[in-house]
Design a protein around this ligand. Structure first.
Ligand SMILES: Nc1ncnc2c1ncn2[C@@H]1O[C@H](COP(=O)(O)OP(=O)(O)OP(=O)(O)O)[C@@H](O)[C@H]1O
Length: 675
């Protein structure tokens, strides 16, 4: 294979800097598009300069001096036929002073403003004119850059690339449907002709940006589809639906699966029976009943003679799954193994041996499952809960415990549709879009910190009626130690405020068994009020808990608040979530609390969260290393839909175009996407 083409005419030092901008090849330069433009196509008379607006002037230097008050600086008095102006340089080079000799003619670009010395420009960009110099025909692009790569360098490299690199259209005519041509779009965006105003320019460039955004989404869709197709060529064990164990479990359940659970289960059961690996995301709002679906999938693996492993991100959550699964599996006489970091070395070794021999068929655990010394005899299915909480490497590590296992991931953080389609298009998705019957929506109340006494009275009331309550401690993002201290203080205060109640405390620093003991005591009702950090955020399921207080709710993110609130309202009693907040609220905090107050719908909350935080934060892109779209907007559902449809058609009818399109957009980036 030949080496990929590199950047022409660029030395190694510059090349290393350009890589930071994602510029590896000449072709990448074409897609490095300007952030904005400066208009150097016209000369503005000094008289017509509008304060605060950038403009270009042609000026003659009258005099230049160094002033020392209020600080050392270079002052250059200039004029044109219509007026005078001062150019001011706070940090200047001798070469600048030398260039600005009386009588020199300049072209200077910058913002004019009223200043200490009259109408002035601070640090204008300028060059000395030596005779006639034609004005540029196009606007001057300003590119995203990094330290050590100047605009002039980028402009030159990009200008060369525009002449050298083929700008063939990778979109077949049939799919163009009103979009601008690729070559035209690229030329226009790099070198747009002058426009009368900013607004006019934005309108003029709109169709070209549209084309680029579409192309970017299309590339992403093509890439994800290719990954999807590649998966189908890999072999996986066929775990057919035998229905002896799964049938028994369904018959023994004290409830009937919801319509959504039935559908998800059908989809999963069918996937497991295929000769290629399942890669499915089971998405359901808090409390929608994902665990039973996971249990059924594990049983289907078991009845085909394979092992299944369920991994959860925290000990509490893993323990909770373990307990719930045992409730269902024990009566059927199916053993369930448990593996977590907090087991004693001896127990861990025994468990590892049982897993290696295949004796332990169904296993639930934490990260301990992916440790090197854990080897499975015949792993057919992996289930990862709250997958976004694991790093890419951890997720891959579980998968790599077998040649090509089926994979199910579960998430209670609803991913908005556009995001799911863009980032998870290589996954199949099952959706639990209804809650089990008999749940009453949680009432949310916003209460200021000052009314804490009333909140304490409410907790007392709830406990007097035989209910239980969570008291969530303030989040201290900057320091885990401080967070722990806050939790302990909250616990101490509440113990003083409510001496008659049985109060417990869980936080992330407790040892595994201590955490488990506290959770168990709460589950059994021995603890009435559980003071907790966000360790209880996911998965905790105590039906009798009907009140939740979240202190300093303004510090939490939307998804977190929704997850926390989901810990109540899991039974038939009316539940309340009290959000205690401290004033004054920042604009975003106010918006977040408003959203959480107004809706219980996880998908709506996720949509708003996306709007508030942007897609990068939302999917934990920093952690997963996925590149964000540079130009396209995921909120543009119509365009995402169109790109999806075009990707399907291109792969089917125009594979050459698809290949070239991917080459142009994705070379070097695809690896990132797969993570
Ligand atoms: N179809 C059903 N009918 C009644 N109850 C159900 C049904 N399915 C599940 N449940 C019960 O609902 C509760 C919530 O289920 P589960 O813990 O699986 O939810 P989840 O989707 O994992 O939610 P979370 O992400 O909040 O943990 C459990 O007590 C479970 O036994």
């Amino acid at each position: 294979m030949s080496n990929p083409p590199q950047l022409s005419g660029v030395g190694p030092t510059l090349a290393a800097k350009l890589v930071k901008l994602g510029l590896h090849r000449d072709a990448d330069l074409l897609l490095h598009l300007p952030l904005r433009y400066e208009d150097e196509t016209r000369i503005t008379p000094v008289r017509d300069a509008v304060p605060g607006e950038a403009a270009q002037f042609e000026l003659e230097v009258v005099s230049t001096e160094i002033a020392y008050r209020p600080r050392r600086q270079l002052l250059c008095h200039v004029h044109d036929d219509s007026g005078t102006l001062l150019l001011r340089f706070l940090n200047f080079y001798p070469s600048q002073q030398k260039a600005l000799q009386p009588g020199a003619c300049l072209r200077a670009f910058g913002e004019v403003r009223g200043g200490f010395f009259g109408t002035e420009m601070i640090h204008p960009r300028f060059h000395v004119l030596h005779g006639e110099e034609p004005l540029p025909q196009a606007l001057t692009p300003i590119y995203p850059t990094v330290a050590g790569v100047g605009q002039a360098t980028l402009r030159k490299l990009i200008g060369n690339a525009l002449q050298r690199v083929a700008l063939d259209d990778t979109l077949p005519d049939e799919l163009r449907g009103g979009l601008s041509g690729f070559a035209e779009s690229i030329h226009q965006l790099h070198q747009p002709p002058g426009a009368a105003s900013e607004m006019e320019l934005t309108c003029a460039l709109q169709p070209y940006w549209q084309r680029i955004r579409f192309d970017e989404l299309l590339a992403q869709q093509l890439s994800l589809r290719r990954a999807y197709a590649a998966r189908r060529t890999r072999g996986a064990p066929r775990l057919t639906a035998i229905n002896s164990l799964t049938g028994k479990l369904l018959a023994a359940l004290p409830f009937k699966l919801t319509r959504a659970q039935q559908k998800a289960w059908r989809e999963i059961a069918a996937d497991l029976a295929q000769p290629y690996p399942m890669q499915r995301l089971l998405q359901g709002d808090v409390g929608s009943g994902k665990t039973i679906v996971a249990a059924l999938a594990m049983l289907q693996a078991a009845e085909n003679g394979y092992q299944a492993a369920l991994m959860a991100p925290t000990e509490i959550l893993a323990e909770q799954h373990y307990r719930k699964l045992r409730c269902w599996l024990d009566p059927l006489g199916i053993p369930l193994a448990w593996l977590s970091g907090s087991l004693k070395r001896k127990q861990k070794n025994e468990m590892a041996t049982a897993i290696a021999s295949g004796e332990a068929r169904l296993v639930v655990g934490t990260h301990a499952l992916i440790e090197e010394d854990v080897a499975f005899a015949k792993l057919g299915l992996t289930i990862v809960d709250e997958q976004h909480r694991f790093g890419v490497r951890q997720r891959l590590a579980l998968k790599q415990k077998a040649a090509s296992p089926h994979q199910l991931t579960m998430s209670a953080t609803p991913i908005p549709r556009t995001l799911a389609m863009s980032y998870y298009a290589d996954l199949d998705v099952s959706l639990l879009d209804e809650l089990p019957p008999g749940r009453t929506p949680v009432k949310t109340k916003l209460v200021t910190e000052g009314k804490r006494d009333q909140v304490i009275a409410r907790v007392r009331d709830a406990c007097a009626q035989g209910r239980q309550a969570y008291w969530v401690c303030p989040l201290v993002e900057e320091s885990e130690t401080l967070q722990l201290k806050t939790a302990e203080e909250t616990f101490a205060h509440l113990t003083i405020d409510m001496p008659d109640l049985r109060i417990g405390l869980v936080h992330g620093r407790l040892r595994g068994e201590e955490k488990a003991a506290a959770m168990e005591a709460f589950t059994r009702g021995e603890i009435q009020v559980l003071v907790a950090t966000t360790v209880i955020e996911v998965g905790v399921d105590v039906v009798n808990a009907s009140l939740m207080v979240i202190e300093h709710a303004e510090r939490f993110g939307l998804a977190q608040l929704h997850q926390l609130r989901g810990r109540v309202g899991r039974g038939i009693t009316d539940s309340v979530c009290i959000l205690l907040y401290a004033s004054p609220l920042s604009q975003t905090a106010r918006q977040r609390l408003k959203v959480i107050f107004e809706t219980n719908d996880g998908f709506e909350i996720a949509r708003q969260d996306l709007a508030l935080r942007g897609p990068g934060e939302f999917i934990g892109a920093r952690q997963s290393g996925m590149p964000l779209l540079r130009y396209a907007d995921l909120d543009d559902t119509k365009m995402v839909d169109r790109a999806r449809a075009a990707a399907d058609k291109m792969l089917r009818d125009y594979p050459d175009f698809a290949e070239r399109h991917l080459q142009r957009w994705m070379a070097g980036r695809e690896q990132l996407l797969k993570a």
